[in-house]
Each structure stands twice: as C-alpha cells, then as structure tokens.
Design a protein around this ligand. Structure first.
Ligand code: BGC
Length: 721
C-alpha cells in the first residue's frame, strides 16, 4: 500500500468503519433513496443496523442524478470521515437507451459498435449518478437451456475476449478520473458460471483445469488486461468449492497469476450461500472463507457485518487482510475522483439531454440491424412493400423486446415491429393480429389471425420468448417456442402462403418441427429500444442482414451442449473408414447443430476462392499471411464477416476441430471481389499442454477461411521450430 491519502485514512478508521466499507446494500437502506426505508422481507432479516449503513462503502441499484445526489448528500452528513459511497448498478446493455442483448451484440461481430454501445451506456449511467457497472458478463456459454446465455457474447473464447475488451474500453475509456462520462467496469462472473450443469442456473460447475484455462478464463483475463477495475465472483462451485470462498481461484489464479489488484465483489448473497453449498457451517465461517479468498465486498448479505470483527479478535482473520480490502475500495473511490467530487457525473440537467437522446437511439438502431441473423431464406425476403402483409404473433405489437437485463429501459419507449413496419407500408397493406399470447391463447385469437392472414400475400410471424423466459433464473429444459405458438404456426401454414418468422428471444431455440415450415427466419434476439425499426428495415431490404451466430442452434435440445469448437473423438462419424454403427453419433439426429457458429445469411451471396498461404511453413519468428478472395456475386451491397479458423492436427492433448483465430468484416458492392488478408503467428497456435504450460507444437496445422464455421476453404501448413 503506497497511497498516502488512503493509508492515512485507513489509520483513522475504526475496525467497524473498515468492515462497513466492505458491505454493499441496496437502496432501501439509504436515506435519500426513492424507496429509502422500505426494508422488508429478506432485507429485514439481514439485521443491518443504522451504524452499518452510515459507514457502508457502496450502494446497489441507485440511479438517477436526483436520487444519487440525495443519497450521497445524506450519507456525507452522517459519515464521520466523509468517505463517499460508490454507486453500483447493472448497466448491462444500455441504461435507458437499450441496445440488443449481449448475445445479439456478439452476432454483430462488430467490436467498434460494441464499444460504442458500452460508451453510450456509461454516459447515460454516469450522468445519472452511477459509478460502477456490473458488466461485462463474459461467461462462455454452450448450453442454451441456461437463461443467462443472452448476457454472454457466445461460445468462443477468442471472440468473447475481443468483446470483453471492447466493452471494458467503452465503459471505462482511458482515464476514469478525468472522464466523468465513463464508469468503472466489473467483469463477471468469475469463474465459469456459464458451465452450470444441465443449464440450470446456480448449479454445479465441474471441469478440468485445462478446460477452464483453455475456454473459460481467457475472456475474464482479456477484460483485466484492458484495465477492468472490478471482478464479481460466480455463484457456482469451481472444482468442488464455491467460487466466492475459493482461495485457489481467487487468490492464486485471479490475483497472483492474472495480476488483478482491483476490487473483488461477491455476487448477490453468494458469501452466505456457502452455507447451503455445504462448505460453511454458519455465517461466520462463510465470512472467514470469503475474506480469506480475497472477496472485498459482500453483496447483500451480512456475514462480514456481523462476524468479521470477532474473526479479527479471535485471530482467525488478520486485520491486515481487511485493511487490504478497504484499501482497494478506497483506491477505486479515489480513481473515480469521488473524494474531490462525491457527486461525480450526476447532473439532472445533462441527464435530460443525454439519456435516450436521438444519437443514442441511432446507435442502438445500428447495432440492432447488425446483430439480427438471417438464419434461413428461401427467397421470400426481402418483402415487397407493395404486397399485402399479415403481421401475426405475440411479438407483433410487443414492447417486450428489451431483454431481461434492461431494468431501466421502458417497454413503452421500445419501437415495436408493428411501429417499424407501419412506417414502411401503407395501412391497407398491413394487417396485424396477435394470434396468441406468448404462452396462452384462445380459438378467438386464432380465428382473428386466420381471417386477417387469409387476406394477405405473405405472413410475417413475430414469435419468441417473453423476457421472463430467459435471463437470471430463466432456464428452460424445453427450449422450443411455447406450445401455443407452435399451434399458431401450423394454423398459419395451413393457409398455404409464404411465411417468414421473426424471432424475439434470448437463447438459441430448438426449432424442431417448425424450421421446415418457415420460408425465412430472421433471428432478432431482444433487439432493444430501436428493435422494430431495425427489424423492419431488414425485412424490407432497406438494410441487408449481416449478423452471424456466435452460439450454435441445436437440432434438438437433446444435442446440447453442441458447439463448433469440439473435439474429434477416437471414432469420428465422418472419418473415411468410419463404421456404420460404432462411431460417435446419435442414431436419430445429426451431430452438427442446425445452424452453426458463424452462420448467417445475407440478401446477396458471397463466393470464397483462392485461399493462399504465403508459405507452407511457419516459424516462431516468421508469421504466415493468409489471403482469400471474397466476391459479392449478388446484386446488392453487403457486409460479410470473413472468419479464419485453425486446427492443430496432432497436439500433446486433444485439440478442437476448429478454433476461431481471426475475423474481418468487409463491405462488397455487387460483383466486387476483395482480397482479405490475415496474419497468423505462432502465438496464436499455443495451448495448454499436459503440464498446463502454454506453448505451441511443431507440426501440421490446417487453416480454414469462410463465411461460417461450416462453410470453409482449407489449406495446410507446418509449424517448424
Ligand atoms: C446477478 C449479477 C448481478 C447482481 C446485482 C445477481 O443476482 O447474478 O449478475 O450483477 O445480481 O444485481
């Protein structure tokens, strides 16, 4: 510890004051909050005293310049040493201007726009008084049953790492002390929360250290390398020990190995949850394990508040350990400039001007366009504005398109698909009916929809999951559309007209039985505030779809987890000498997903040719140039995401069949060909060996380039050492 102001402040603090810095409470505990004093239910059971609140270090969920200022003001009147509160909140994909959910942002493969979305979220949040956002969430995901896949950018460690960096840059900017329009970022949930068994939230995670290091840790590490100020623990176990009390994970890997010396916060209630996990007898032991593991802030339980003092007195926890935690928290306050200006960016006047401004909405629109994925198109899209369209389905006029992590976003501010389409076609050409609700319906609703659809030339079905069906604790074992929507589809199909699906949802769905019924499928995810405008522009071809999946769509849920960067097995199904039966396969469905990682169509076509390597050998010092020609063979301009994958043909441990190593987005005019070039280096071929050292092997590699992980050209090279 070498910051004089902070060390001398800590010297003045009583043990109680120090411990209270480590407590994070929600707004009801605070005077000045809109819901101040409404401490009911579980919050009441925390047994938090006024003294704890007065000395507490941070607040969860305060927002709005007025509220934040009044909380801070009331606090500073009472806090003996005048230590300001840190205001933390979940600003995940937008504050009030809601961007598409992160899984959708992933599908844009657009790092610049992703960064911009975080920058805008930070700007709106900061002017509304927020100092820290609990984002980015960078958990790698392979199981669409898990409700929180919508918070992640997908199944690839490299791509997730790139997005992790982009989001951190966007939130934090270059200098938090001088840029008050930025907020500190908190990468979460450390570690491997995305691998919950069976896709059930909060469930056990058990994986080899190799898998952890190879696939799951890189994105957290990338966020830290980008300077991310905070880390949040995960709810799950890692190697049999809940992450929040996992010393090896937090002290050895996160702090020692990854060099993280910022603030580590528990997830909501996770310190105390060590009791039901079965690794702590009581709150006292839970507090001891968490502080020893290096958790600085306990979110929303009171194990630290009630037990750290006696743990210190009994010599079970050194006061020095608490001092270190306090130091980190105060250091963050200092970095944010709170000692000089405890109100930081909070400004009611600017808030009115900035929040949900036209420019912010434009950026949200742009990203919604880029993150929608055209999964299938038998030629009925783009729609003709002169034809009669029946817009049917529970999402036709629904504003529930912001996603489950948009608590400050308003569904009323969201542009629905109907709003978007209405701007494009005459009212005679647009017939609209709900057909059914998301999960319920009636003959009457069906009949109304049928009679409208009969009059139309084409049916657009707006289907999906409501936001409660995904997100935290939003897991589903059956990831098909709800039964009633499946019925609606077949009723519409019976009319014998072309049918396009637009899907609003937070996870890759199981499209068993309905994929074949659609003439086109546009995956819009939860596209955010400007969703309806973006989707309408895509449907009518005013914008050309360019999004590509970053999480595989399974054939059926029974295939899950299914992801592109899997291993070959000893009995691969497609080997030239494969037997008919004794190979790794399902008897009833293909091994591959329905729509693989990287898949996404456009209204034009791209041809790949001339994959060339600058040499057929690479050395540690000499990189390889990979080039490919991409031609737009259609008649409209489009953006293509060119993807480069590598396979290490024989490693010391098994290696994935393909690993994404690079990508580029290129714009191509009709008939235009561009040569797209990549540089591949030895560093990109490294992996964790038997002894977990990270290096590459001399030997054969295959490089693949294409428009999805499935459709690629390939070439071989050798790494010599
Ligand atoms: C979630 C976190 C979130 C926290 C605070 C928890 O339930 O798991 O992702 O940041 O609540 O709202």
């Amino acid at each position: 510890m070498n910051n004089n102001r902070i060390t001398s402040l800590i010297e003045k603090m009583t043990v109680h004051e120090k411990i209270s810095q480590l407590i994070q409470l929600a707004t009801p505990f605070y005077e000045g909050a809109a819901n101040g004093g409404q401490i009911t239910g579980p919050m009441q059971e925390l047994g938090i005293q006024k003294e704890d609140v007065i000395n507490s270090g941070s607040v969860l969920g305060a927002s709005g310049a007025k509220e934040v200022r009044s909380i801070q003001e009331a606090h500073l009147k009472e806090n003996r040493l005048g230590i300001p509160l840190l205001m933390m909140a979940d600003i995940v994909h937008g504050y009030k201007t809601i961007f598409p959910v992160p899984l959708a942002i992933g599908c844009s493969w657009d790092l610049e726009d992703a960064e911009k979305s975080a920058e805008i979220a930070a700007k709106e949040a900061s002017v509304s008084g927020v100092h820290v956002t609990f984002a980015p969430m960078v958990d790698l995901v392979r199981d669409p049953r898990w409700g929180r896949v919508m918070e992640s950018t997908g199944e690839d460690p490299f791509l997730n790492s790139e997005f992790a960096r982009a989001f951190v840059r966007g939130f934090q900017g270059n200098d938090l002390s001088n840029e008050t329009d930025r907020v500190a970022a908190c990468v979460k949930h450390f570690a491997a929360y995305g691998a919950a068994e069976g896709g059930r939230d909060y469930n056990t995670v058990d994986m080899s250290e190799r898998q952890l290091r190879e696939s799951y840790l890189p994105a957290y590490k990338a966020a830290l390398d980008e300077g991310c100020e905070m880390v949040m623990t995960a709810f799950n176990t890692v190697d049999g020990i809940p992450a929040t009390g996992n010393k090896r994970l937090m002290r050895d890997m996160l702090r020692e190995e990854m060099g993280f010396n910022g603030v580590l916060i528990s997830d909501w209630g996770a310190v105390k949850e060590q009791i039901p996990h079965g690794v702590a007898r009581d709150e006292k032991e839970a507090a001891e394990k968490a502080i020893q593991a290096g958790v600085d802030i306990e979110m929303m339980t009171s194990c630290y508040a009630h037990h750290l003092q006696s743990l210190i007195e009994e010599g079970k926890v050194e006061e020095k350990t608490v001092d270190e935690a306090v130091y980190r928290i105060l250091e963050l306050k200092e970095k944010l400039g709170l000692f000089e200006n405890p109100y930081r960016g909070a400004d009611e006047e600017r808030e009115k001007e900035i929040v949900l401004s036209e420019t912010h909405r434009e950026a949200a629109y742009e990203l919604a366009v880029k993150s929608s994925v055209l999964l299938k198109n038998d030629g009925i899209l783009p729609l003709n504005k002169e034809k009669k369209i029946a817009l049917i389905g529970p999402f036709a006029k629904s504003g529930d398109i912001l996603g489950p992590w948009s608590w400050l976003g308003s569904k009323d501010e969201a542009v629905t698909l109907f709003d978007g389409i209405s701007k494009k076609v005459s009212s005679e050409n647009l017939l609209v009916e709900k057909g059914c609700n998301v999960e319920t319906g009636s003959e009457e609703l069906f009949n109304k929809a049928i009679s409208q659809a009969k009059k139309a030339d084409v049916i657009v079905l707006a289907l999906g999951e409501d936001s409660e069906m995904s997100g935290e604790a939003g897991c589903r074992a059956d990831i098909r559309l709800p039964e009633i929507q499946l019925e609606l589809i077949s009723k519409m199909k019976e009319l014998g007209k072309p049918v396009a699906f637009v899907l609003f949802n937070g996870r890759p769905l199981d499209l068993t039985g309905i994929e074949g019924q659609a003439d086109a499928i546009l995956e819009a995810w939860y596209p955010g505030t400007e969703g309806g405008n973006a989707v309408a522009d895509l449907l009518f071809g005013d914008r050309n779809p360019s999004g590509k999946l970053t999480m595989s769509f399974p054939h059926t849920v029974g295939q899950v987890p299914v992801y592109y960067n899997n291993y070959n097995t000893g009995r691969p199904k497609d080997a030239p000498d494969a037997q008919i039966r004794y190979v790794s396969q399902y008897l009833d469905i293909p091994n591959e997903p329905l729509y693989p990682f990287g898949h996404g169509l456009s209204y034009t076509n791209y041809q790949y040719s001339e994959l060339n390597l600058s040499s057929n050998t690479m050395t540690t010092d000499q990189s390889l140039n990979v080039s490919v020609n991409v031609t737009n063979s259609g008649d409209i301009t489009g953006d293509e995401i060119v993807q480069l994958y590598v396979r290490d043909m024989a490693g010391e441990v098994v290696r994935p069949l393909k690993e994404l190593k690079a990508f580029k987005k290129v714009t191509l005019a009709p008939g235009e060909t561009k040569t797209v070039e990549f540089t591949l280096t030895e560093e990109q071929l490294r992996y964790h060996h038997v002894d977990l050292t990270f290096s590459s092997d001399a030997g054969e590699f295959t490089v693949f380039v294409g428009g999805s992980s499935r459709d690629v050209l390939s070439a071989e090279f050798e790494l010599t050492k």
